[in-house]
Design a protein around this ligand. Structure first.
Ligand SMILES: Cc1cc2nc3c(=O)[nH]c(=O)nc-3n(C[C@H](O)[C@H](O)[C@H](O)COP(=O)(O)OP(=O)(O)OC[C@H]3O[C@@H](n4cnc5c(N)ncnc54)[C@H](O)[C@@H]3O)c2cc1C
Length: 461
């Protein structure tokens, strides 16, 4: 749509608007024919079940940073909106590591999608196929995985994110914990407690206890680093009190990084601060340590070193979703969908993609919430503007800086103009995220006294 507006300079905005509406009307009129064909194939058909108006039908895939921002901003008075996502909530990922160790409650970082606004339909399902020629998608509910159904669209918006990258290393998928979704953070929290409960039993052997108390984190990016920092805080501030009979000197946190440095997006001075902080807190950071295999109770490095573990958290970046791999559209070298500066899919006029599953004009923007959210807001504005007959503008990314928590009330904070670390950066980190979280209405301040203290720990210093 936007490409059309941008490139057809001789076409008046009115003509374009009419074209959008005509397309929709045609599509609606042809529904009966479509339905007959589709029903023979044993599909439920959403278009058949609904009394559709003439508003252009926008179907959004995903409920993450990009899609959620798009949904919130898109004007439902002008569009017939349907969101399809296996996850029925938006997740505030920057604070997910805090939930995995109990600093924050799980529901504090999740916003039910149905609360986002009133004027849209939500279906808890995953999209399995795009029939771009007939402008429909095929879906399967993730609640029962039984009857596939189809949905027509005039505009399709793909924001399905990415999955954890395991690099096909044997044993990773089966034996590791991942930190991407709420249920995964919950599993991590349960496993930590399990390891300490087991380690405190009288019948556990010293060797078994040392294994249980060994926590290995693979991946020295911001997520791996933040999880190490949070875990170390939990052990030193709470676990040591809760499990007095567990020898704390046997607790070991190891951070493994395949390349020569952790936190590659940060300046070397800040990386140095992080390494010093980890050294002081006893976290064993091992760079140049690629993992060769992961077994049920030990990880084996490329140089043959074996590290027994009680819990292994895998956080080594992202790879495309299998659904994205299956799509017949042009992709970049990393398998992400190629989109132009209007976020329109290469070769398509009415399919758009944003967030971690896409690459804008080969610019390789980082896979961050910051990028995804800006893209979501941008695209919704373009859709809203098209109704107001305003011309669309290309997407421009604004870098606001990066933050990472490194434990012991210390963070790293870097923008183009400023670099900071330590307590003040930590205050900035907490304030920035808590303000954002609060503004998302999701911050049900269900915090007990201890959690409140952990959020505002500076007051105790
Ligand atoms: C622990 C953690 C901490 C992070 N911290 C930060 C940070 O501090 N700052 C920052 O900028 N970034 C951070 N990130 C990265 C950031 O979360 C991602 O870049 C961002 O979530 C990408 O947004 P997205 O919309 O592309 O996808 P996501 O937010 O991943 O959402 C994808 C959505 O698509 C849905 N979906 C998947 N498959 C399908 C399908 N077939 N059909 C329909 N829906 C589907 C999913 O259920 C989900 O709802 C962090 C990530 C993690 C995991």
């Amino acid at each position: 749509m936007f490409k059309l507006i941008q490139k057809t300079t001789t076409t008046s905005n009115n003509q374009i608007r009419n074209r959008i509406i005509n397309t929709t009307t045609l599509l609606n009129n042809s529904n009966n024919i479509n339905n007959a064909i589709i029903s023979k194939r044993n599909y439920l058909h959403i278009g058949k079940l609904e009394q559709r108006g003439v508003k252009p039908k926008v179907v959004i895939l995903g409920c993450g940073w990009s899609s959620y921002a798009f949904l919130k901003k898109l004007n439902g008075d002008n569009f017939d909106i349907t969101l399809v996502s296996p996850r029925n909530h938006f997740l505030f990922t920057p604070l997910l590591a805090s939930t995995s160790v109990g600093t924050l409650e799980f529901r504090s970082v999740a916003q039910p999608v149905r609360n986002a606004k009133d004027d849209f339909n939500y279906l808890q399902a995953e999209c399995t196929k795009i029939n771009h020629e007939e402008k429909s998608i095929e879906c399967l509910s993730t609640l029962h995985h039984q009857t596939p159904f189809k949905i027509d669209y005039d505009y399709l918006i793909i924001g399905v994110g990415a999955r954890n990258n395991t690099f096909n290393i044997p044993g990773v998928e089966k034996n590791s914990f991942f930190l991407k979704e709420l249920h995964q953070a919950r599993s991590i929290r349960q496993r930590i407690i399990y390891c300490f409960e087991m380690a405190s039993l009288p019948d556990v052997t010293p060797a078994e206890r040392r294994k249980l108390l060994s926590f290995v984190v693979c991946g020295g990016g911001p997520t791996g680093v933040e999880f190490c920092g949070e875990l170390n805080d939990l052990v030193s501030e709470d676990i040591s009190r809760w499990f007095p009979n567990v020898p704390m000197n046997e607790v070991k946190i190891t951070l493994l990084e395949a390349s020569k440095s952790i936190l590659s997006a940060f300046d070397q001075n800040l990386v140095k601060k992080a390494l010093e902080n980890f050294k002081a807190s006893g976290v064993d950071v091992r760079t140049n340590s690629p993992v060769k295999e992961v077994h049920e109770e030990k990880v084996i490095l490329s140089d043959g070193t074996e590290i027994p573990y009680g819990m292994l958290v895998w956080s080594t970046g992202v790879a495309p979703q299998k659904f994205i791999n299956s799509l017949p559209f042009p992709k970049d070298k990393q398998g992400r969908l190629q989109v132009d500066q209007y976020l329109c899919l290469a070769g398509q006029k009415n399919i758009f993609a944003f967030g971690d599953c896409s690459n804008v004009n080969e610019t390789n923007l980082p896979a961050t919430a910051q990028v995804a959210q800006q893209q979501g807001i941008y695209l919704a504005e373009q859709f809203n503007n098209s109704i107001k007959e305003l011309e669309s503008k290309p997407f421009v990314y604004h870098y606001f800086g990066i933050l990472a928590y490194i434990g012991r009330k210390s963070s790293l904070f870097q923008t183009n103009a400023v670099q900071a670390s330590g307590l003040w950066a930590w205050i900035a980190w907490r304030s920035a995220y808590l303000t954002r979280l609060g503004s998302l209405r999701s911050f049900n301040m269900e915090l007990n006294k201890k959690q409140l203290y952990m959020l505002t720990r500076i007051s105790k210093d």
